[in-house]
Write a protein that binds this ligand. Structure first.
Ligand code: ATP
Ligand code: MG
Length: 582
């Protein structure tokens, strides 16, 4: 069926919406793909919905190909399952909560681990039933603190979420790898440029979780990439390459110096250079900065922790947070300093921390034998030559220091560079967190119950529409790869002349008969307006039937290549079909 622009429910806009900052948001609104209803809540108009459905189709096909089975759970959910896993509380303000007429608590599902675990528990009871992977393509709700960039970060959005259930670790790894490969196929088919990054430092065992990040300067996720080796990781997951240990023997004794008015690294370095304490130029990297944080553990107990990092680096809050999880990081307040008088602001050193039983973790660069200029725990005093492993012994290392461009890659094969991306997928070996919460067991081969192990995997389906728009647009408008374009070809009638009109109708009908999805611009608008709209709407191919028709010619424009070629009318349809089908 040919879709006629004269009938299509579409109004393109000349101006960018006032609230739009990123190109995909501006263009999707201007081209009439989506319309805003509330912050982070959007309607899909015909063109947008066609693209969304096509993204869904690709995702669905690849999920089916790994044997995952599609089901559909409600978005409106009772509180109890989320209470059992504590997520009713943990989700905090991000959860949309509501009450029914009887006063019962409900929520709008942000993700469905609980319900899938319960669904499997409800149906299956024997090891013979396993493994199983279930998925849905469904609307999710999260009351995001900063809904942003239109459908890129919505409060209502479409996600494909799947959940694997296995009898053992090995099975979970297989399910995880199947998803990893399926995701690569999905994103390759969609033509999106992306990297796979380790999401956690591996403390939980290898690649327990990975994220798929689409390259984009407007992305909110920062990651690092090593161009030489291809290593990529979330900033939180970067493992610092530690330098080799240094022999302690023969190193000079530590000396405490009077260093009046040197509470900052800059003032300390200035003093050290003025005093010539190292017999060479001192930099901030020669100093050891001791940052105090308060950890709140899940049981509610608090702990004061000392973090030692080279003075030329800042603490990266996200890395620190990921390293101490599940504890939460808080700042020390005046009361904490009062209660711990050995913490001398600006002059905190490892010695007082250790003498007072404060846990002290250091950056991996603080290796045994490394010598530091650091606080001597008295106002206006610092040590020079305080040697790790001799004068103080840290309780361990911590990944809390910022990662910088030019840092060595953890794989030893180049340097790191910071990059930005948009999370389009996430795969996660959950293990037994949810199956424990709901006691999801089946009868094992030996007659004993087996607790299932679970994975969860998400793709941002509606977000993908924005990501593709973001990566593929140009200054004229949207550009869609054929896989997701609302239509394969956009036929423009670029002349009032009856012959050209009839010719365009004929070309459109023949393209349609060849199985292509055809959008026909049969409006009475001027050719200039029509061409501008064609560029804005972004179908991959535009066929222009205009002045040349009388001479037996049509024009084929390739939206991606930006090229135009004249084709003889007799063979035009066959040529266009051949070109589009590649
Ligand atoms: P983000 O870090 O971007 O908030 P997330 O870690 O919360 O994402 P998951 O819970 O792993 O996301 O959800 C799976 C996928 O759903 C994500 O990879 C992303 O593509 C998509 N997604 C998550 N939140 C949103 C949102 N607010 N709007 C649109 N898509 C989203
Ligand atoms: Mg995630």
């Amino acid at each position: 069926m040919i879709t006629r622009l004269s009938h299509l429910f579409l109004r393109t806009l000349r101006d960018d919406p006032a609230d739009a900052e990123v190109p995909s948001h501006k263009l999707l609104v201007r081209a009439g793909y989506v319309r805003r209803i509330a912050p982070g809540v959007y309607s899909w108009l015909p063109l947008g919905l066609r693209t969304l459905r096509k993204v869904e189709d690709v995702v669905r096909a690849e999920m089916n190909a790994i044997g995952a089975q599609e089901i559909s759970l409600p978005a409106l959910l009772p509180r109890e399952p989320y209470e059992s896993t504590n997520r009713w509380t943990e989700y905090g303000d991000a959860l949309f909560r509501l009450k029914d007429r009887k006063g019962q608590d409900y929520l709008l599902g942000p993700t469905h681990e609980e319900l899938f675990a319960l669904t499997v528990k409800g149906e299956y009871n024997s090891y013979k039933d396993l493994p199983v992977t279930l998925y849905q393509i469904q609307t999710k709700y999260r009351d995001e603190g900063r809904p942003r960039a239109g459908i890129l970060r919505g409060r209502e959005f479409v996600m494909k979420d799947s959940y694997s259930f296995d009898l053992d670790e090995d099975g979970l790894k297989k399910s995880y790898n199947a998803h990893r490969e399926a995701y690569q196929k999905i994103f390759d088919r969609l033509g999106v440029k992306y990297v796979i990054v380790a999401a956690t430092s591996g403390a939980m065992g290898g690649s327990a979780s990975e994220e798929f990040l689409a390259d984009s300067p407007v992305g909110e996720d920062t990651y690092v990439i090593c161009r030489e080796s291809g290593y990529a990781a979330n900033v939180e997951a970067v493992v610092t390459a530690a330098p080799p240990e240094i022999p302690i023997e023969g190193q000079a004794d530590a000396v405490a110096h009077d260093t009046p008015n040197t509470p900052t690294i800059a003032t300390l370095v200035e003093w050290a250079n003025g005093a010539g304490v190292l017999g060479r130029e001192v930099t901030a990297a020669d100093t050891l900065k001791n940052v105090m944080v308060k950890l709140r553990h899940p049981d509610g107990k608090t702990e004061i922790l000392g973090v030692g990092i080279p003075g030329d680096r800042e603490v990266d809050d996200k890395r620190l947070g990921a390293s101490v999880e599940p504890a939460e990081v808080e700042l020390l307040d005046e009361a904490d300093f009062k209660a711990n008088p050995f913490l001398v602001k600006g002059y905190i050193g490892p010695k007082a921390l250790q003498a007072n039983g404060i846990r002290y973790l250091v950056d991996p660069r603080v290796v045994t034998g490394s010598a530091w200029i650091t606080g001597a725990d008295e106002p206006g005093k610092h040590y020079v030559g305080l040697v790790a492993g001799r004068d103080f012994t840290p309780d361990g290392t911590i990944e809390a220091a910022e990662v910088r461009d030019g840092d060595p890659s953890p794989d030893g094969r180049g340097v790191l560079e910071a990059a930005r991306g948009i999370e389009i997928g996430h795969i996660f070996q959950l293990g037994q967190k949810y199956t424990d919460a709901f006691e999801v067991d089946v009868l094992g081969e030996n007659g004993k119950p087996v607790r299932l192990t679970m994975g969860s995997y998400g793709v941002g389906v509606s977000r993908m529409v924005a990501v593709l728009a973001e990566q593929m647009h140009d200054e004229k408008g949207l550009r869609w790869p054929r896989e997701v374009a609302p239509f394969d070809v956009h036929v423009v009638i670029a002349n009032k002349d009856e012959g050209a009109r009839a010719g365009a109708e004929q070309v459109a009908a023949e393209l349609d008969a060849m199985g292509l999805e055809v959008l026909l611009d049969d409006r009475t608008a001027s050719p200039g307006v029509k061409f501008k709209d064609a560029e804005l709407l972004g179908m991959p191919y535009v066929v222009v039937v205009g002045r040349g028709w009388a001479d037996g010619k049509i024009e084929l424009r390739d939206r991606f290549a930006g090229t135009a070629e004249e084709l003889p009318a007799e063979t035009a349809v066959a040529d266009v079909v051949a070109k589009i089908r590649g």
